[in-house]
Design a protein around this ligand. Sequence first.
Ligand code: ADP
Length: 651
Amino acid sequence: MEGVDWDKDDPFEEQREHVESPMRRLLFEYGRPYWFSVTVGLISSVFARALDLLPALLLAVAIDSLFGEQEFSEQVPLVVLPESWLPNTPPEQFAFVVLAIAGSFVFGSIFHWLRNWGFNAFSQSVQHDVRTATYDKMQRLDMEFFSNKQTGEMMSVLSNDVNQLERFLNEGMNSATRLIVMVVGITFLLFWLNPQLALVSLAPVPLIAIFTYVFVKKIQPKYAAVRSSVGKVNSRLENNLGGINVIKSSNTEEYESERVEDVSKNYYDKNWDAIWLRIKFFPGLQVISGIGFVLTFLVGGYWVLMGTAPGPFTGTLQTGTFVAFIMYTQQLVWPMAQFGQVINMYQRAEASSERIFGLMDEQGRIERDDEAEALEVREGRVEYEDVSFSYDNNPDERIIDDVSFEVDGGDTVALVGPTGAGKSTVLKLLLRLYDVDQGSIRIDGQDVREVSLASLRRSMGYVGQDSFLFYGTVEENIAYGTFDADREEIVEAAKAAEAHDFIQNLPDGYDTMVGERGVKLSGGQRQRVAIARAVLKDPDILVLDEATSDVDTETEMLIQRSIDDLTENRTTFAIAHRLSTIKDADQILVLEDGEIVERGTHEELLENDGLYSHLWGVQAGEIDELPQEFIERAQRRQARTEVEADAGNDD
Ligand code: ADP
């Protein structure tokens, strides 16, 4: 079932393109461990549906032999049984039929129970495995992937798509087996009971099939439109709730309500369009199957009443057989009506597994060799040699351009320069969030690309601009990544990070819940928790990305003190805008447009009379403004990034 384009602006189109036979992979890779439950489900489903067909047949027998004139043992449904099994007297025969009907209900319900267990156990287990495997894979993808996809889109794969699979594996497979057993079973029974009348009763079936097929074709694009409009509603809502601060402070509630109304109305229209078609489909189906019913009733009724075959037909028709026909034609309608839904569920599940497997097959630029040797840090000497790098979305622009420098073990190197100069990128390359395009980065002589990623990240501590806290206790947040630390070590680390005092003043001290839904900590407090985390980890190499932004002078002093302790005898990379915090660094690199334009100690750079000395002058209040030449350079850079941003927006 190919060729259905569920939504044209699928953000995972690129991933989906490379996936072959996703449903087979789903069933074989993820379904195999649960073959037992799915087999039980399938077999029970066949038996349960078959037993559903039995009462009508038994009723036919009862009517014809008990209330009619036919011999019990001569009835069509009973000729399959050996004559010695069948009772002879009418009371016994009556009891036989009653017991058989009761039996078919009892066994039917047992099989229905087994069928439900089998399909549910199967679909839930597969859903669980697929979800955890997809998450596991997703979080290991390159940063490149995350910066190109929206959180909402990834959430949608992990929740909607995984649920879609569950729906198909449970409801879809269930409806499919019912459809097959009912249609095949009823067709067989009708032909067996009376082939001539069967032709009359089944005449509308091809019509139903064509009608359903046309319906499916027509509704597919409508469903695709619904899906894409749901996506738009979700993105809008997610975006607005995230930016609620801005909405309130810009007083744009009304404007935003209108925008939400627009996307919601669009969803309403698209959905109504699909619903309108659907609610026309069912009465249509009923009319067609009604024709079959009326025809059966007309021909069969005449046949029974008159006792002679109408028109081209021959032979006799028993009342019971006639009743069975009426019941079966009714039982056939609902499974046939679900034919469209089964196809629909299958195609949605196929699109979902394409997204899921596409994601799982995603090849990162960063090759991870799990067999690689562990990084062994002895002195902590770091060398960048002729390093160049571009981000994937703009391969022509070198964000880092032929950068070389060396840091001796235990030294602190500071990176300064204007926003967008590439300072953070230099550090991302060290952490191997991205791989260099040219050149190499070595730690004690070992290329970061040749050691195992786990050992590399283990030896590094990172305190970033935005210290993210997980929902959990303060203690858990400090021990994040060093899970075996005990309370004493955690408190020690907090003390070293100047965080102990404020933590003790929280409602539950170290057990206070923080992060989203927890007690809100200030930026400075969050940073100190992050520093405590780094202290506890005791890394060989420390990376500080503007660790002291956004706080008051007093807090900055506290933080600076703890950082000074932390950086002692540890190779440290620090990015800072406030030059006062890095003036004691062993080496300062000044970056501009991805190149190192100046380097040296604070004193050396001051003498140099370049960008650094002027920035220092401004920050120290010695000069009022940067000299014209630097301002012009900054303006030119600004203009260029704006042009780039505009160009980026166009495509
Ligand atoms: P700095 O830390 O000096 O402010 P960055 O290293 O963050 O500079 O950014 C350098 C340049 O790289 C900027 O032009 C920025 O727009 C671009 N950039 C940063 N991150 C990404 C990314 N994930 N994808 C594409 N471009 C990026």
